[in-house]
Design a protein around this ligand. Sequence first.
Ligand code: AMP
Ligand code: ZN
Ligand code: FE
Ligand code: FE
Length: 288
Amino acid sequence: MSASARIDLHTHSTASDGTLGPAELVRAARDAGLDVVALTDHDTTAGWVDAVAALPRGLTLIRGAELSCRWFGVEPAVPLHLLAYLFDPDEPELVAELARVRRVREERGERIVRLLQADGIPVSWSEILAGAAGGTVGRPHIAQALIRAGLVATTTEAFGPDWLGERYRLPKDDIDVFRAVALVRAAGGVPVFAHPRASRRGRIVPDDLIAQLAAVGLAGLEADHEDHSPAEREHVRRLAAELGLLVTGSSDFHATHKTVRLGAFTTGPEAYERIVGLARGVTPVASG
Ligand code: AMP
Ligand code: ZN
Ligand code: FE
Ligand code: FE
C-alpha cells in the first residue's frame, strides 16, 4: 500500500444501520477517492457478498463487522464496540454469537417501541422492521420512525435525553468483550476497539481494561473518529503506543443516518499492513 493511500476502516451499509446498500457503498467509497474501505456492519457479515460483487477497480475491500460488546467489570456493565477485520465468517461460535446479538437487538427494539407506544407515540414495530429491510436493527431505525412521525427533526435529536439517548433507552444483552476478542481471534480476525474514548456517547471504559484486552489479543485502537475530541484522540494514541497497539482512524460512515463523510478520517498504511499481516480468516479483496 503506497504511503499516500486513503484508507477508511469503519463503514455501515443497509446490512445494518447505514443507508447505502453494500454495492452502493463500495462505489461511493471509490468516488470519494478511497483506496481501501472496510465494511463493518453491526453484528453481521450479510453485506460482504454484495460488496465484493460490486467492488470497483482500484478499491480494496476489507471485510469486517462491528461487534456489540459489554464490559461486565462494573455495574451496570458498559457497552462498547469492537471492530473485527478479516475473520472467517463461517466460524460456528462467532456465527452463533452474532445471530444471538441480532435477535436480542430485535427484542430490545420491540420493547423500546412498546415504551414509546405506552406514552402515546405513534410508531410501530412493523414499520421499523420494514425500515431496517432485513438488516441488523438498531436505534437509528427507530430514530427514523420518530422523524417520520414528526416528533424530532434529526437523528441527533432522536438520540437526545428525551428520546433514545435516555428516556427510551434500554440495554441489550451484548457479547462479553473478553469473549468477543477471543472469538474474533479464534476466527482468524483482527480486533480493534472502536471509538474507545467517545465520552459524549456515554460511559467509557478505563485504560486498565484496554491494557487487559491488549494482553489477550486486542490488536488496535481507533483514535481518529468524529466522536473523539482532539484531546481524546491524543490520549488514545499515547495509550496505543504504551501498549504496542496499532492505531486507526475512520469515518464510521452511515450515509444519511449521520453527517460524517466517507474518508473524513483515515488510517495510515503501516497500521493497515499490520492488520492484514495479523489476519488469518479471509483476505483483502481487490477487483480487476
Ligand atoms: P444501537 O446499536 O441500536 O445501540 O444504536 C447505536 C447506533 O446509533 C450507533 O451505530 C451509532 O452510529 C448511532 N448513534 C449513536 N449515538 C448517536 C447520535 N448521537 N447521533 C446519531 N447516531 C448515533
Ligand atoms: Zn451504527
Ligand atoms: Fe460504533
Ligand atoms: Fe460504527
